[in-house]
Design a protein. Sequence first.
Length: 380
Amino acid sequence: MQKLAPYAVTESVSRGRQHPEPPPSERGEFQRDRDRIVHSTAFRRLEYKTQVFVNHEGDLFRTRLTHSLEVAQLSRSIARALGLNEELAEAIALAHDLGHTPFGHAGQDELNGCMKAFGGFEHNLQSLRIVDTLEERYAAFDGLNLLFETREGILKHCSLDNARALGELGRRFIEDARPSLEAQIVNLADELAYCNHDVDDGLRSELLALEQLDAVAVFAQCRRSAESHWPGLSGRRLVHETIRRMIDALALDLIAQTRARITEEGVETLSDVHAAKTLAGYSEETRKNLRELKTFLFNNLYRHERVLRMTDPARRIVSDLFTTYMDNPNLLPPPRRTHAESASDSDKARAVADYIAGMTDRFAAKEHRRLSGRNEVNDL
Ligand code: MG
């Protein structure tokens, strides 16, 4: 077993589970969290939830499931290099997108709008809600009863009002304290993963062209490096050789900079991590490069006409479903139905939001088609 740095999260410093349980045999507590996440229903749903490309665009594009696996892989590599708890990083990474609605940001924005009068909807908070209460797998408790540190890592951001309602877990937002380094690196691994795989998917879908990407400094540098090692290389192999260099450059910079900041700040314990400024990060140059890449993706991919044309139907599906279930809670499946029928408006709205947020893209489209008789998206 790898020796952990003194500022890593370990079982002996963990703040434990909400419901006490006997220790696992033949695996550690953090492995148990990872395993519970992998076995959850919400995790399997990630296969049919998408961010940029809806499933029917093609079989080779990332889904939230493959995205989460890539984030987990990057998080583990970075955690290991820094002597951090790999299993905790992996658990946080696998759970980080569980709360996403169908249809990516369009779905989330619409559901948030529908929930405006009832406390809003936020996917990050929803991820926590899934692991804390919504998963129904254990006889003794609701949710997955994960360790405090896994839950802390899942909750990346939160309003002060929500923080107050969350008690212990919300305290760091009120006190402006940092989460574990494991949580910090997963947050950056998420961005690192999607920036690179969206370039790959963008090129594969031909929404982006290789020549266009030469305007992005980090891509151009990595492409030149690939071409100088492999003169004449072209097509998919050139794309992959370029992207693997980008991932490598970003990850290595992240590891080196984070290591340097840990030393600079004199961080020796986990309490030091909580009290210090955010330690995980990039050099100024890499941060600039990453910002340029993100701006490029925003302007050329996320706002591409072929991506945007899904936005309106997606929004209509979510808002129609919301209105329909609010007016007819008897259409919800049990036990939500029984609960919603006798609940206050705001509890009913939350039950409806939980149900819609849990849907995959294609289930939401199918359910909408069944209830409205209209076909908003084909072939899902
Ligand atoms: Mg993500």
